[in-house]
Ligand binder design. Structure first.
Ligand SMILES: [Zn+2]
Length: 155
């Protein structure tokens, strides 16, 4: 059976694929409302397992997210989810574009619960709105003129 790693949105939207189901401890912490908690309990009863990724996978995911420029858009939970999918060679279930993009870059299969999602790998850079200097990493402000940076696609 296909292995799936479920992100928080799966529990909020209460749609899951059939297969061997996994999630990470950080997602469990994020599930707060009772319908989502009930849904989580039901999935545990049909075999959902909560596992942590290997630390080498976390490192690989972090490095790739820095390369694609998604690092600023990913929470620790997101990185943990992608890393678990990598550790287990599982398919990640997420509607988050940054998660999808980094998964694609790492050749991890992903599906979106709503069947939408990115079509191809995106690389991001940040451009100053005032002086148009381009940065590889998201900064709080342009370190040349102090203006706001905006994410742009670099490819
Ligand atoms: Zn600037």
């Amino acid at each position: 059976m296909t292995q799936y790693v479920l992100d928080t949105s799966v529990f909020l939207n209460q749609i899951h694929p059939d297969g061997d189901l996994f999630t990470v401890p950080k997602v469990v912490e994020e599930i707060r409302n009772s319908p989502s908690k009930n849904y989580f309990s039901n999935l545990v009863q049909i075999g959902l397992l909560v596992e942590s990724p290997s630390s080498s996978s976390i490192l690989d995911v972090t490095k790739m997210a820095e390369r694609t420029g998604d690092i600023g858009k990913l929470s620790d939970t997101d990185i943990s989810l992608i890393a678990l999918a990598k550790t287990k060679s599982a398919t990640i279930v997420s509607s988050d574009f940054a998660i999808q993009n980094v998964s694609l870059a790492l050749e991890i299969e992903w599906i979106s619960p709503d069947r939408k999602g990115i079509k191809s790998l995106l690389f991001w850079k940040w451009r100053c709105e005032a002086c148009f200097h381009i940065f590889d990493k998201p900064l709080k402000e342009c370190n040349i003129c102090g203006s706001t940076l905006r994410a742009i696609r670099s490819k």
